[in-house]
Design a protein around this ligand. Structure first.
Ligand code: ADP
Ligand code: MG
Length: 226
């Protein structure tokens, strides 16, 4: 497996209550391969979302190096980083983060805005992604007209439509019942079958157990499990 993302002694600090920097993520070195499936587990406040933000280039390390396909993300500049995020990285969140006022189809099309594709082509790609997650009959429903599980499927379709290199999902099943949650993980695994890397934060041990590689975070220290 070749490296997609490499972290070399990456740390993250935020300003603490006294104004002094407080290190939230301690020195972390790890490699994520192309097509690799990883679960991240650990208690609330341990740094899971912070790590995901760094991996997804939403935030920058305080020290250390993060490389994407061998290129140092710090050297890219914000413009190229935002293109990288838009074109090659998919995000899925616990609270779905859909636009409430527009249809499932329009929501998925927003994920393709970075492309220079004409609207008809974006519409076609978005329709295919919604069909892939089993929502071919729900294209024109607004989020409020869909169940929680269906809304999360729309969010997954939005991530899949761009055929990303990697998908980050931060507690994607946290707002769903157990069976719906496992169906959502099934869909994400299906995306990984097509070659995307997959990194999922979860509190659910039965979900973590489905991943071949598990990382545990406690107080900002990352360790490999099993
Ligand atoms: P988890 O996702 O594991 O619950 P987080 O990564 O969200 O944990 O947070 C880890 C710690 O970092 C928490 O103590 C949180 O308060 C702190 N933290 C996260 N983001 C910020 C920020 N932008 N500024 C200050 N502290 C933050
Ligand atoms: Mg979190």
């Amino acid at each position: 497996m070749t490296a997609l993302l490499s972290l070399d002694h990456v740390t993250k600090a935020f300003a603490g209550k006294d104004g002094n920097p407080l290190e939230i993520l301690h020195s972390t070195t790890l490699v994520i391969g192309h097509g690799e499936r990883i679960a991240i587990v650990g208690p609330s406040g341990s740094g899971k979302s912070t790590l995901l933000s760094l991996l997804g280039t939403l935030d920058m390390p305080t020290s250390g190096t993060l490389a994407y396909d061998g290129e140092n993300v710090a050297d890219m500049g914000e413009k190229r980083r935002s293109v990288l995020r838009a074109a090659r990285i998919g995000f899925v969140f616990q609270q779905f983060h859909l636009i409430a006022t527009v249809s499932a189809l329009e929501n998925v099309m927003t994920g393709l805005q970075y492309t220079a594709l004409p609207r008809a082509a974006r519409r076609e790609q978005a329709t295919e992604a919604l069909e892939q997650v089993g929502l071919g009959e729900r294209l024109f429903h607004k989020p409020s007209q869909l169940s929680g599980g269906e809304q999360q499927r729309v969010a997954i379709a939005r991530a899949l439509a761009k055929k990303p290199d990697i998908i980050f999902a931060d507690e994607p099943t946290g707002a769903l019942d157990t069976d719906t949650g496992h169906a959502i993980i099934e869909l994400l695994m299906g995306a990984a079958d097509q070659g995307a890397s997959l990194v999922v934060v979860t509190h659910d041990p039965s979900i973590a157990a489905r991943f071949p590689r598990r990382l545990h975070i406690q107080d900002g220290v990352v360790t490999e499990l099993g």
